[in-house]
Design a protein around this ligand. Structure first.
Ligand SMILES: *[C@@H]1O[C@H](CO)[C@@H](O)[C@H](O)[C@H]1NC(C)=O
Ligand SMILES: *[C@@H]1O[C@H](CO)[C@@H](O)[C@H](O)[C@H]1NC(C)=O
Ligand SMILES: *[C@@H]1O[C@H](CO)[C@@H](O)[C@H](O)[C@H]1NC(C)=O
Ligand SMILES: *[C@@H]1O[C@H](CO)[C@@H](O)[C@H](O)[C@H]1NC(C)=O
Ligand SMILES: *[C@@H]1O[C@H](CO)[C@@H](O)[C@H](O)[C@H]1NC(C)=O
Length: 459
């Protein structure tokens, strides 16, 4: 027994050595894809029905890793991988946690995917669910599920109605889905062992955790430890005080409070000064540099759905990619997808791998510029340099990031007096070769044409 314990410790240590630490994840730019929607293995038949399987596979992802890498991406977030109840194309409706979803491929295909990614220095983040199982017909029949096949593994039937009642959020059903009872030791031990094994069996580099506030905080502390890799949790809530608490359990949280502000200022053109207020409010997070920042995902209508101005989207992306935290870009944003509510925001990318799309090219330029600066950017503090209703700027190290909500016809001029550059420094815009400014008498002017963002760096 003691020997087995030592072997186990040894293996656990090995895992820690090879696993990517939360700090290392700061060097990443993540691409969130839905495995069912990214690419089919061999063909590109159009998806007939976005509320059901469209045919994307692990092999399909392997086939398009160059498309991902050329976009300046060095990590992907894939859908949950396990066998689903009917129509669980998204992966959030588990039936058997020990089987790989055959729609996506085999366990070997998944290993091949992770290997293919690693050979290109692309890290893989797995989406996981520990709150609930899938939807099955009869609310009292659990025989269907593996291994949670008895009523005792679930909370008694109730539906979450009052989101202000935390007990209800934790013990009742989200959208009617059978709610696992993590206070049952078989349930918690099984889930903890599962996450450790799945990370190790497939060499995942990180995990994205679904429905965090629907499960008691103490369980997540154990779960994150058992996973042993960077974890980023989902709490679909704009309240900083509520979301930040969970970062005491997980490495990071998806930055939903900032998401709402980004939508307000860039999509709805509200005052940019709200960014200043939000950033200041978020200083209470245990570690803002490990949050996952995003402007699009699979649970919200796409940015372009409500505002089709690419220029505003590019400003929002520029802000997000360079801000403290780990940027996450939702697949399809780079092809100008503009789908509305779920499932319309889960379009198939099949046959759309156009590397000349204007958004693909701009995002690629922004990402590659950031990656070229390495830790000079991601280990540097974000310092606010300017804030008013239309323009917001910050620096990270020697990079000046300036964004506006003017839109494609907008023009404005702003004088920057607070910055890290010495007199006479020539600044060049990484997004526009001809755009250069000189620091004069301790200041420089930002001249915005056509609402374009600025990524100034000293020449
Ligand atoms: C891909 O195509 C080949 C040959 O056309 C076929 O043998 C294989 O089963 C296909 N793979 C998948 C996953 O559909
Ligand atoms: C919160 O929900 C629980 C479970 O449904 C219930 O027992 C409790 O009375 C509720 N508390 C309040 C203050 O409504
Ligand atoms: C991990 O691999 C081991 C050995 O093949 C297997 O027994 C176990 O069920 C796997 N666990 C998961 C969660 O895939
Ligand atoms: C690039 O910068 C120049 C000024 O040097 C400006 O005239 C031009 O409009 C800018 N191009 C774009 C696409 O913003
Ligand atoms: C900056 O340089 C200008 C001349 O180019 C000089 O007049 C000015 O005093 C300098 N300002 C500072 C703050 O060094």
């Amino acid at each position: 027994m003691k020997f087995i314990g030592q072997v186990f410790l040894f293996l656990a240590n090995l895992l820690i050595i090879f696993a990517k630490s939360p700090q290392e994840w700061k060097s990443r730019i993540v691409y969130q894809l839905l495995t069912d929607r990214f690419s089919q293995s061999n063909s590109s038949s159009p998806c007939q029905d976005l509320s059901s399987y469209c045919g994307g596979t692990f092999q399909g992802i392997i086939n398009h890793l160059d498309y991902i890498q050329n976009l300046g991406i060095n990590a992907i977030w894939i859908s949950p991988i396990i066998l689903q109840t009917n129509n669980g194309y998204h992966g959030y409706w588990a039936q058997d946690i020990y089987q790989i979803n055959p729609h996506f491929g085999t366990s070997q295909d998944l290993k091949d995917l992770v290997n293919a990614c690693h050979s290109k220095d692309i890290w893989v983040m797995l989406d996981v669910v520990a709150n609930h199982m899938g939807n099955q017909g009869n609310i009292n029949d659990f025989s269907y599920f593996v291994p949670f096949n008895k009523a005792e593994y679930y909370h008694k039937y109730c539906i979450i109605n009052n989101w202000a009642n935390q007990t209800e959020v934790e013990i009742c059903r989200l959208a009617g889905l059978p709610d696992l009872d993590q206070s049952n030791s078989f349930v918690s031990q099984t889930l903890l062992k599962w996450i450790m094994e799945v990370v190790s069996n497939y060499s995942f580099d990180g995990i994205r955790i679904d429905t965090v506030p629907e499960v008691p905080f103490d369980f997540w502390v154990k779960y994150a430890k058992s996973a042993g890799v960077y974890s980023v949790g989902e709490c679909l809530n704009g309240n900083v005080g509520y979301v930040e608490h969970y970062q005491n359990a997980l490495s990071g949280m998806l930055n939903y409070p900032m998401f709402f502000t980004l939508r307000d200022v860039f999509q709805n053109k509200q005052s940019m000064d709200q960014l200043r207020a939000r950033i200041s409010e978020e200083s209470t997070f245990p570690d803002i540099t490990l949050l996952g920042n995003f402007i699009d995902n699979h649970d919200n209508p796409r940015f372009l759905h409500q505002n089709g101005d690419y220029t505003l989207l590019i400003n929002a992306l520029t802000f997000t990619i360079f801000q403290e935290g780990i940027p996450i870009i939702y697949y399809g944003t780079e092809q100008g997808f503009a789908g509305g509510k779920d499932p319309n925001n889960r379009e198939s990318l099949f046959g759309n791998f156009n590397q000349n799309h204007i958004l693909y090219r701009v995002i690629s330029t922004i990402n590659k510029f950031k990656l070229s600066q390495g830790s000079d950017v991601y280990n540097s503090q974000q310092i606010q340099r300017y804030s008013d209703d239309q323009f917001y700027a910050y620096t990270r190290g020697m990079i000046f990031v300036g964004v506006s909500n003017l839109g494609s016809n907008g023009h404005s001029v702003h004088t920057i007096t607070y910055h890290p550059y010495s007199n006479n420094t020539q600044l060049k815009n990484a997004l526009n070769e001809t755009d250069q400014v000189k620091v004069n008498n301790g200041k420089f002017q930002v001249n915005i044409w056509n609402g374009q963002p600025k990524l100034y760096f000293p020449n």
